[in-house]
Design a protein. Structure first.
Length: 285
């Protein structure tokens, strides 16, 4: 018999406890097989950490073997008791053969594939006047074509999952906002959402959902050397008065990958501390 905290028998408490227990169990990604691309550092590493803390076995991918192996060691060392394993696989997402090897390794090591987090991306700044065709095409290969290729290669395996999930890391830049120097970057991030909407319809018949997270300004290793002025100026533009953490994005991605998000498809969650909301700087005074 379950007794309430006051020591009294309480049927509401019993029901509430059982409900919450069930909810907690359903929240778990225990035993799920996941791939996170671009997870040798930054946001992808944060997504991998949260997924593995929730019990998923995660393959992290990227091109830098030293960084990737170190990330896997770090994430395994800080795993929670019910946490899943983290394994690094070297893969360049602009190369289809690498993606095929990545997916094959995930399926072989983890017994299938349930979750694909297409996160790998680059954001080189270049003003339109100086931008070349080659730079435009290269960034589309990294940020947009890689999404299509990863989904296509993973598809036969996601179909076999009871609840296949694709979670895309897009950005507020492009789909919602603009920033000088990032016309090509913004175009790739908007392209990801265009792909997402039709993919969500095409893959729905196989019970696979396709959603995106749109990060605002997230504090990653890459920002460590930009200096306090940049951090202060960016922070001032965010209503919640802080930059995002990689785990902030990880939690949003983990929700979209979870059983609870099973009826959400073709949508994007903005995770930006309210950055896109002010109509003008005066709104933040
Ligand atoms: P980051 O710290 O530079 O990390 C980028 C990751 O992508 C690295 O793990 C890198 O690994 C990987 N990568 C890049 N090109 C790759 C390729 N061709 N093949 C495989 N992996 C590749 O950047 P981040 O800030 O975490 O960004 C991650 C994602 O979030 C990107 O899609 C970016 O557009 C998006 N985003 C970031 C922010 C932000 O504020 N940080 C905001 C909005 C959106 P290797 O170098 O080992 O290949």
């Amino acid at each position: 018999m379950i007794i309430s905290r006051t020591g009294q028998y309480n049927p509401y408490y019993i029901q509430h406890t059982i409900y919450n227990k069930g909810k907690h169990m359903n929240s778990s990604l225990l035993g799920k097989s996941a791939i996170v691309t671009g997870a040798t550092k930054g946001i992808g590493k944060g997504i991998a950490r949260v997924l593995s803390q929730k019990g998923a076995n995660v393959i992290i991918a990227g091109r830098d073997t030293i960084l990737g192996q170190a990330a896997a060691v770090e994430l395994n060392a800080t795993a929670t008791p019910n946490g899943g394993s983290v394994t690094f696989v070297r893969a360049d997402v602009t190369l289809r053969a690498d993606i095929e090897g990545l997916v094959a390794t995930a399926v072989e090591r983890q017994g299938g594939l349930d979750i694909l987090c297409a996160n790998a991306g680059a954001f080189p700044a270049c003003k339109i006047a100086e931008l070349t065709d080659a730079a435009w095409d290269a960034l589309f290969a990294t940020n947009a074509r890689s999404l299509f290729a990863c989904v296509q290669v993973a598809l036969p395996h996601l179909k076999k999952s009871a609840s296949g999930r694709v979670v895309i890391t897009s950005s507020i830049t492009g789909p919602i906002t603009g920033y000088p120097g990032w016309a090509h970057y913004g175009a790739t991030k908007a392209a990801q959402l265009g792909f997402m909407r039709t993919a969500a319809i095409e893959l729905a018949r196989d019970n696979i959902t396709v959603n995106a997270v749109l990060p605002g300004n997230i504090y990653t290793e890459g920002l460590a050397n930009v200096g306090p002025e940049y951090i202060a100026a960016t922070t001032a533009a965010i209503p919640l008065k802080r930059l995002g953490t990689v785990d902030d994005i990880g939690h949003a991605a983990a929700f979209l990958a979870s059983p609870e998000a099973g009826f959400i498809t073709g949508h994007a969650i903005v995770v930006d501390g309210g950055q896109i909301l002010p109509e003008c700087p005066a709104a933040l005074e």
